[in-house]
Design a protein around this ligand. Sequence first.
Ligand code: GLN
Length: 476
Amino acid sequence: MNSIPEHRSTIALTRAAIANGTTTARAVAEAALSRIEALNPRLNAFLAVTADTALAQADATDARVRAGEQLRPLDGIPVAIKDNLVIEGVATTCGSRILENYRPPYTATAVERLCEAGAVIVGKTNCDEFAMGSSNENSAYGPVRNPWDEERVPGGSSGGSAVAVASGMAMLALGSDTGGSIRQPASLCGVVGLKPTYGRISRYGLVAFGSSLDQIGPFAASVEDASVALRVMAGHDERDSTSSEAPVPDFADLESGVDGLRIGIPAEFFADGLSEGTRECVESGIERLRKRGATTVDISLPHMKYATACYYIVATAEASSNLARFDGVRYGYRAEGAELLREMYMRSRSEGFGPEVKRRIMLGTYVLSSGYYDAYYDKALRVRTLIENDFRKAFVECDVILTPTSPSTAFRLGEKSGDPLQMYLSDVYTITANLAGIPGVSIPCGTSEGLPVGLQVLAPHFGEPVMLRAARAVEV
Ligand code: GLN
């Protein structure tokens, strides 16, 4: 079976077909489940398949159709959930051995809202351990493979979710994005991946990595589908005090075009390190927007050169603190045979965490330690403010910013896994949005040597409507 579907039915078409009786939600769910059964042994995108729940949810949609009720926005749509988002009673591993047998007693708000909108949850997707990575090779459960070339990585950390949508095993998937983990895999797999503004979607039930950076967002086959999912999930949640009370727009002006829109092109994102094929595709995307009436403005984000260093201090510092809770007492794996409490902590953590997670805990603990705090953590926070200010200034001159999502197309399995610094550099174009808290979306914009290339649109805080409008215009 070819793992790239020829054409992917959109949410609107599927819902309409279910509503008018051309198909049933059960048939759609069964098709997704059988595609998972056929492709997952090769692609390793799912860690758990929730077939019973999926069929029950699909049957509930079909019952609504029979009762003549109006369909909800996601009725009958098969959705996959990254395995760092909790669903009551369903194993949540975060791609780690330490949580191998963890069954959460509650469900994440984002997932709950999808279900209330009619979604059919088909399973939990593989990811880099605790969302740390850019290739999915850091999962304790084996790497995910890119459906465009199975010898290549799908990107990370939400690689399983990107592949689920790219290969038609689900129509929508959720990921989390701390430094690019939705946008980068979306780019490498040829799908749309959206990181909303910090605070737009509740993170209640997302296993925390870097709390000042983490956001949940959707993968979809089209900008329209991503915006439907965003709309369903967005909005304040009293269980997450960082979720914003800003009103949620309906994103209904997707089709209103880009005439007169000012598009910022930051020179720093087109400098050395960008592969030629990617540059050509992104430039042709920019050209398309110009033809549709947008104007381009050269802008500068001068502190971008410090972004990777800044991110890997802030993110590791927060991770070292967030991951302290995995101690063998409250969650997951506990080492056998330890005699003293301290020995039990140490052995549980040493045996339960993989090498990248340990590296980050050590780095994060170091940058927060007394004597080094000022030199590293405190300085990184100052740089972060400079990066935020760069964006603030840029958005005076332009409405959205266009960049490549990733410096290159999907790399080979093993190509970067021995060199953490090389791996960290694959996020250079995505991490600034997390540091500044602004929204970003990656949209497919052609292929280079047979592999998909993604273009990134960035917008000011809560600028998702204009961001999606520009993204839609790249797509058509
Ligand atoms: N690749 C980046 C990292 O390893 C980003 C990960 C993410 O966004 N979760 O930290």
